[in-house]
Ligand binder design. Structure first.
Ligand SMILES: [Zn+2]
Length: 125
């Protein structure tokens, strides 16, 4: 961590708004880094409807491991972010979550594929 960043952290140690804005900035950075649009349907109009999704639905593991520092962690580990995360819009993320809840025995890595198949079906209409 550079001196400037360390100094900035020290300055804002007790400033909740600072952390809110930093998390927001980190989230935007990661979404842009990962393509800036939904991996399911291509939606990119409003970043507020885009979410960082764990491709293999193993977000719980990360939350247990990193608490509320998941975004901050991946900003510093971009290769890992590329491997594990994708951007989904709120709709596609909800569909993926329901598919997983309905078929938890389904191999997790095929969930993204299932989402793409769903998208192709939709595209036919
Ligand atoms: Zn989508």
């Amino acid at each position: 961590m550079s001196y400037a960043v360390r100094k900035s952290y020290a300055l804002h140690k007790n400033d909740e708004n600072y952390y809110f804005l930093r998390d927001k900035r980190d989230r935007k950075f990661l979404i842009d880094f990962l393509g800036g649009k939904c991996a399911g349907c291509g939606y990119s109009k409003d970043i507020r409807a885009l979410q960082l999704d764990h491709k293999n639905s193993d977000g719980k593991k990360d939350r247990d491991r990193l608490g509320n520092r998941v975004t901050r962690y991946y900003v510093k580990h971009l290769e890992e972010a590329k491997e594990k995360l994708q951007v989904l819009c709120a709709n596609c993320n909800t569909i993926k979550r329901i598919q997983y809840e309905e078929n938890p025995q389904q191999p997790e890595s095929s969930l993204s594929t299932a989402l793409c198949v769903e998208r192709e079906k939709t595209a036919l209409f």
